[in-house]
Write a protein that binds this ligand. Structure first.
Ligand code: O2Y
Ligand code: MN
Length: 590
């Protein structure tokens, strides 16, 4: 009798013929299987054991030094029509891409095991979740996928029920950067990745499936796949608002998702639903309901400490995989920003010598199950997801952009998200302080033309919709070379204002760029901020914003005729308001 797994079996056979592995292993996702993989990797040297007394079941993986981060210049969207990928993606014709990459896959698994990983992105019984199958020759990928996704038998059973899944083929190849490609075929719901064993290039459930392929699917099916954290903010009265927030990489998403409210907030609680990816769909009540498709965190280690993210640090003392961190003399993991301990060996296993640069690689990572996070929300497992009250966009801007503002409506919010930008940090590129537009923080991850993506966002504004309010935040304003806003736990003060705007309990002042809190609208108690600093954080420099809007116009025009007219009209509305003589500020409440 025909089974809905026939298509999967045929695909596995076809890939085995191409890649010629010595063995095929279907992953069941069990603890025993995980332990066997760990043993295997300890034998091959792919993993070393960390101090079992301080860090039980924790392991260190050192990747090839030429393979330490995502490779945007080698990442392609291979849609039939180049225009559908848009200027925001590298494009290759599907036929050429398959030919090129399949030549690299030919025979690449000789002497290796081919692992078949069925996985589910999202709670296994959620209608918002989607399944995939990754084929890989890397046991490190299997172990990480077990932490990051719902992997194994339950996922396979769902695939058998539904008959559909995203196909992901991965091989480390020979780790030669000249033979490295990450290719997406959205029309075929297929990903092919070769030549890298690292993070987003190799754990195909994450950026490749849950963002690039899912964003394409989401457009067709009427939902959103976003590069956003999700958190719940619970008041002392027990009312919880859920917030989704998009920031470019290296802006502290994991820290915000796990924030611990400061002493000025007794009885408040932040619940973590996700730190990186959010899938949202309109529910029958018109609200957007969100799930985190992931089951773990692949967080950046440097900078994570008791001071910046105590919840993250606490979950890293057991059952975790560390990649490219340094080690202390007694085999504890170490990275820059940890106040205790000191490195004995760097991320490449060399005796630590500051002349060689940082001890831990700046993009070194931890992989850990979300269940180990003290602020992990029980609602993260809710198949229906959580209702989103607010969407926050944010970037790293040293000047101009205030601490927080509220878009006046959804259309304005889409413009604010599309116009988002961040200044580069040395860790990211070497060129410091260059403004890069990164719409909705999706520049590296949107699987189709940004112009169509903006139109898709606008399309949610329907008469029956009860859409979230949209905000923009900037924790990174500087004066005299120093950050003005303390950030971290004190970002709670901004979250409180945002939630207050959602339930109509706090005020704001209307300006052309949006509604801003007045000093009396924010809880600033105990903060060492003087008048000049508050003016900087809560003021609107109209001339600066006129220039900013000229830059935004150029950016929107760069997507050509597909850019939605509605978005250009919204831009013109704000631009004209900025150019008009300033009216007396109007308070806006509710
Ligand atoms: O370099 C990589 O492969 C990891 S990048 C990453 C990992 C976790 C969450 N977000 C990101 C990102 O670049 O946005
Ligand atoms: Mn990310």
């Amino acid at each position: 009798m025909a089974s809905k797994l026939d298509a999967l079996n045929r695909w596995v056979d076809e890939i085995a013929r191409l890649t010629q592995p010595d063995r095929i292993h279907w992953c069941d996702g069990s603890e025993a299987e995980y332990q066997a993989l760990v043993e295997l990797m300890l034998d091959t040297g792919d993993l070393t054991e960390l101090n079992p007394a301080t860090h039980p079941n924790c392991y260190l993986h050192r990747s090839n030094p030429s393979d330490v981060a995502r490779v945007e210049h080698l990442t392609f969207v291979c849609s039939a029509n180049a225009e559908d990928a848009g200027p925001n993606n590298h494009w290759m014709a599907p036929e050429e891409a398959h030919r090129k990459i399949d030549a690299l896959f030919a025979g690449c698994m000789k002497g290796r095991t081919l692992y078949v990983i069925p996985y589910c992105m999202g709670p296994i019984d959620s209608p918002l979740a989607r399944c995939g199958v990754e084929i890989t020759d890397s046991p490190y990928v299997v172990a990480n996928m077990r932490i990051m996704t719902r992997m194994g038998e339950a996922a396979l059973a769902r695939i058998e029920r539904e008959g559909s899944f995203v196909k992901g083929l991965h091989s480390i190849g020979d780790l030669d950067p000249a033979k490295r490609f990450i290719m997406h075929f959205p029309e075929e719901l297929t990903i092919k990745s070769i030549g890298s064993g690292y993070g987003g290039n190799a754990l195909l459930g994450k950026k490749c499936h849950a963002l690039r392929i899912a964003s394409w699917q989401a457009r067709q099916e009427g939902w959103l796949a976003e590069h956003m954290l999700i958190l719940g903010l619970e008041s002392p009265q027990g009312e919880t608002h859920y917030v989704a927030a998009a920031f470019p990489s290296a802006c502290g998403k994991t820290n915000l998702a796990m924030l611990i409210p400061p002493a000025a907030y007794p009885g408040w609680k932040v619940w973590t639903i996700g730190d990186d990816i959010c899938w949202m769909q309109p529910g029958p009540d018109g609200r957007l309901w969100a799930i985190n498709p992931e089951a773990g965190f692949f967080g950046v280690a440097p900078g994570t400490s008791r001071n910046t993210n105590p919840n993250a640090l606490a979950m890293l003392d057991r059952d975790a995989i560390f990649t490219n961190v340094a080690e202390t003399a007694d085999q504890q993991p170490w990275w820059e920003g940890l106040p205790d301990g000191k490195p004995a060996r760097d991320w490449q296993g060399r005796d630590y010598d500051p002349a060689n640069g940082p001890a831990a690689h700046p993009n070194s990572r931890f992989t850990v199950s979300a269940r180990q996070c003290a602020s992990w929300s029980p609602r993260a497992e809710d198949p229906q997801g959580v209702p989103i009250s607010a969407i926050i966009f944010g970037g790293r801007r040293e000047s101009l952009v205030p601490l927080v503002f509220e878009a006046r409506d959804w259309k304005h919010g889409v413009l604010v998200g599309a116009a988002m930008g961040s200044e580069t940090t040395a860790a990211a590129t070497g060129a410091v302080g260059v403004l890069r537009r990164d719409s909705m923080a999706m520049k590296p991850f949107c699987g189709y033309n940004f112009a169509d993506y903006f139109a898709h966002w606008l399309s949610f504004d329907r008469p029956s919709a009860k859409l979230p309010k949209v905000f923009h935040v900037n924790w990174f304003r500087k004066a005299d070379g120093k950050f003005v806003w303390p950030g971290f736990g004190d970002n709670m003060r901004v979250l409180e204002w945002i939630v207050g705007r959602c339930n109509g309990s706090v005020g704001a002042v209307e300006t052309p760029i949006g509604n801003l809190p007045r000093r009396e609208d924010l809880n600033l108690a105990g903060l060492p901020l003087g008048d000049a600093q508050l003016d900087l954080l809560l003021g609107v420099d109209r001339e600066g914003w006129v220039r900013e809007y000229a830059g935004i116009a150029e950016y929107l025009d760069s997507f050509g005729a597909r850019t939605p007219v509605e978005l250009k009209e919204e831009h013109a509305r704000v631009r004209d308001e900025l150019a008009a003589p300033a009216a007396a500020p109007r308070a806006a409440v509710g």
